[in-house]
Design a protein around this ligand. Structure first.
Ligand SMILES: Cc1cc2nc3c(=O)[nH]c(=O)nc-3n(C[C@H](O)[C@H](O)[C@H](O)COP(=O)(O)O)c2cc1C
Length: 251
């Protein structure tokens, strides 16, 4: 598309088609479409994604040897400008289906492919663990290099409450704002520092990836607004970690 304001959002549904979480995603999709967004729902149950076998080859040789639909899901997510990540609470956390996807994205922590894209988290629950589950999903998207931009939580007794604008405003705002206006949190800066140390000291296979992007010399993945205190704190943290970790090659 030529239109600079054209934005594509993919919403990952890790639950039933037409369940509670789907209903929230559908309402959200209507709101985002009204804001000029091309909204697409990706139902994980339509994809065959194998469990991670634990070989760590995605990290050590940069490639997963499994033949399944993971690559199709990755292509949809990398092709989107923003992602809505959703899960009902299952046994206190995300659905198994979403956890299987998370496990397969292990290398994205080291060589992130979704950097700078905003993420909106959606969780539904009968009553418990919504905050815990949303926090876990938020940590995961930070690991992917994304920018957490809001959370929508619904319990059984609040399912019928209409979405309010302030639940998705920040996400739309980020979607249409340049990266230079983003303000990463300390958690994002610390995560970046940890992965930078791994890339420069432990996983030689990642060193080039990080250097190619200039991340070895920058405080974050891209130029953005970092407050002075956060900048100093994350720099000190990075330097301490860098000098503590011995250079070895695990790749
Ligand atoms: C296997 C399973 C486990 C669940 N575990 C929890 C739980 O730990 N806490 C809770 O409050 N609700 C739990 N629920 C209820 C769901 O989180 C809730 O009904 C949710 O809105 C379902 O979303 P869905 O219709 O999109 O599947 C569970 C439901 C299922 C099917």
């Amino acid at each position: 598309m030529d239109d600079a304001r054209y934005k594509k959002v993919v919403a990952v549904n890790s639950s039933r088609k037409k369940g509670n979480t789907y209903t929230i995603l559908k309402a959200l999709g209507e709101r985002l479409s009204a804001a000029g967004v091309d909204f697409e729902m990706l139902h994980l149950r339509d994809y065959n994604i194998n469990h991670c076998t634990g070989c760590e080859r995605c990290i050590t040789i940069g490639r997963c040897t499994q033949k399944d639909d993971f690559g199709r899901v990755q292509a949809s997510l990398t092709g989107a400008d923003g992602i809505v990540l959703s899960s009902p609470v299952y046994m206190g956390s995300v659905t198994g289906r979403l956890k299987v996807l998370f496990d397969r994205t292990c290398s994205w922590y080291h060589r992130p492919v979704l950097v700078g894209k905003p993420a909106l988290i959606v969780t539904t629950t009968a009553g418990s663990y919504a905050t815990y589950t949303a926090r876990y999903m938020k940590r995961t998207v930070i690991g992917w290099g994304m920018h957490p931009s809001g959370t929508i939580l619904r319990k059984a007794r609040t399912l019928n409450i209409r979405l309010s604008e302030n639940e998705y405003d920040a996400f739309i705002h980020r979607l249409f704002s340049p990266l230079s206006q983003y303000r990463p949190t300390l958690a994002q800066l610390i995560h970046f520092g940890v992965q930078k140390v791994l890339a420069l000291k432990i996983l030689e296979i990642d060193t080039e990836f990080w250097k190619d992007r200039g991340w070895d010399e920058s405080p974050f993945y891209y130029r953005c607004r970092i407050g002075p205190l956060k900048r100093i704190f994350s720099w000190v943290f990075y330097k301490l970690l860098f000098y503590r970790v011995k250079k070895t090659d695990r790749s």
